[in-house]
Ligand binder design. Structure first.
Ligand SMILES: [Zn+2]
Length: 236
């Protein structure tokens, strides 16, 4: 039923390459599915895809073209990545209102809302941004770290008692510094039991862990370190 509704609501083209698709077919064409490079973890952040090839195109179409079908593919990939974990709430990395006005949308909140529906857990928004923060695009890694030093503060309009185990999400991660800074604030001041950081995609520049083919990921999973999705992302 959901696929049928998506067919009605989303463009009848592949969100990766704009190739025409027929109703009932998977959102991504086979060529784009083959072009997804999984990335399971980077700098302590659980991720779904590498910001390369099809993954990068999907992220750009979601963030800059407001393509809900691209977001659907990415959220499904991330949800599969997280499905062996339990959370009580989804916390989006906040953008400063100036950034939201200039960009015209709030990608991290859109991601959190879609993921919240997918995993059946509520959104909780205890954080707000202290400074405007420049966009990370085009900055070097030292510049990115300095940029996130502007940091976060706790919201004054939200209850600050954490509901338990939190899933903290952002759209794209490179160094993991933004998510790490927000995670520490949540752990220090909200009584959160645990905070897992996740992002749709990881940019290659900050890679400290793995852009793993499925076989290599399965090997690590068998060592008990990383849970695997129940089905490969290529099945999307
Ligand atoms: Zn395609």
């Amino acid at each position: 039923m959901w696929q049928h509704l998506l067919d009605l609501l989303s463009p009848s083209v592949c969100p990766g390459c704009e190739a025409r698709r027929e109703a009932g077919q998977a959102l991504l064409c086979s060529r784009c599915r083959d072009g997804i490079r999984p990335c399971w973890e980077q700098a302590g952040v659980l991720t779904a895809v590498a910001y390369e090839a099809t993954g990068a195109r999907l992220i750009r179409r979601f963030k800059f073209d407001a393509r809900g079908d691209a977001l659907s593919v990415l959220v499904e990939a991330l949800a599969q990545r997280l499905e062996q974990l339990e959370f009580d709430a989804v916390v989006p990395i906040p953008r400063h209102p100036d950034r939201i006005r200039s960009h015209g949308s709030d990608p991290a909140f859109q991601l959190a809302r879609r993921l919240s529906r997918r995993i059946g857990r509520p959104i909780w928004e205890p954080l707000c941004r202290i400074g405007p923060g420049r966009p990370q695009t085009g900055l070097s890694q030292p510049e990115r770290r300095k940029n996130v030093d502007l940091g976060f503060q706790l919201s004054t309009s939200e209850s600050l008692r954490a509901p338990g185990d939190l899933l903290l999400v952002d759209d794209v991660t490179t160094t993991g510094a933004t998510l790490a800074s927000a995670k520490q604030l949540l752990l220090d001041f909200t009584g959160a039991r645990s905070v897992v950081c996740a992002a749709l995609a990881a940019t290659p520049g900050g890679r400290t862990a793995v852009a793993a083919p499925l076989a290599a990921a399965a090997e690590r999973s068998s060592e008990g370190r990383l849970p695997l999705p129940s089905r490969p992302i290529a099945a999307l």
